[in-house]
Design a protein around this ligand. Sequence first.
Ligand code: FNR
Length: 346
Amino acid sequence: MDRSTRKLDHIRHALETTDQPFNSFDEVSFVPNSLPNIGYHDVSLATDLGSFRLASPIIINAMTGGAEATTEINRKLAIIAREKHLAMAVGSQMAALRDPGVADSYRIVRKEHPNGIVFANVGAEATVEQAQAAVDMLDADGLQIHLNVMQELLMPEGDRDFRGYIENIQAMKESLDVPVMVKEVGFGMAKETIEKLNHIGISIIDVGGVGGTNFAKVENRRSQKPLAMYENWGLTTVESLLEAESFSQSKSQANVAIMATGGVRHGLDVLKALVLGASATGIAGEMLRLVQTSSLEDCLTAVDEWHHELKVGMTALGVTRIADCPRIPVFVCGKAAYQARLRGID
Ligand code: FNR
């Protein structure tokens, strides 16, 4: 199977599998504040993700590129990012590193979003030279390195050897002159993994949890020998945020900025992630669904609505700045709370 067919398969199957029966953000609720003592217009959505100053905590997360047909998707995503001042990541550039003929499907993002924050994206198997080439291709502001072991194992043509990733990540981090973020792709991240990444100096981590796009389902749909029993693999986004809590910038000296992706559906989910210690959130599947089914104008309106939903919640809770969100009291119930207790996280 060639890479460009795989890219298109991912888009098609991702859209069919985003509608998850369970979303961990539904296990989180707020303690209301009847005397917030602020106004809606006092609320600012600016946030710091590590050294990145972002106008919005919503980031269009890594999805695509690498096939002719993905250029239009990346163009539309980049226009949304530009118009709404969102940072944006491209999908894995490994395809363009092996076949420079498809590089324009990624470069379109920098062309349409010339002054915005753009992240390059490679796998943890990339060499330092490949990582640098991915950054140069986009004049990127940062590099995302994705971890997707279960996806690779379920992918018929996927990787089977995962040795040396941490050393590779460290080499990329030490050689590049842009910040490096390590991300999961929807299987979540445990505190042991975060600890290892923190230990080698990674200071931005996207916990990318279960709840939205399900790459086990996506790959099973592409496979002649699907392993359906792995479709519930991993930690949800809320569980991952609880795992990350002791490392998050707001709570510790470890100084890891946390990003939360995986099943973010609207502004209230964004708020829940911020209160649980994330400095920013990523949206992938929901953004893809939007650009594939709606006009550009409707996509821009949808982002305005997410921002409005977030500001409504921040106003009701009495917080004017995202940096203050982790101080908000919150209830976590159900599986996330039970599992956190078993893991010794309170
Ligand atoms: C992705 N994602 C992804 N991530 C990555 O680091 N490199 C990649 O190439 C891709 N490719 C990709 C394709 C498609 C079609 C989708 C929908 C997603 C993963 C993405 O960045 C994110 O981590 C997950 O999709 C979980 O977020 P959502 O979709 O639940 O918001």
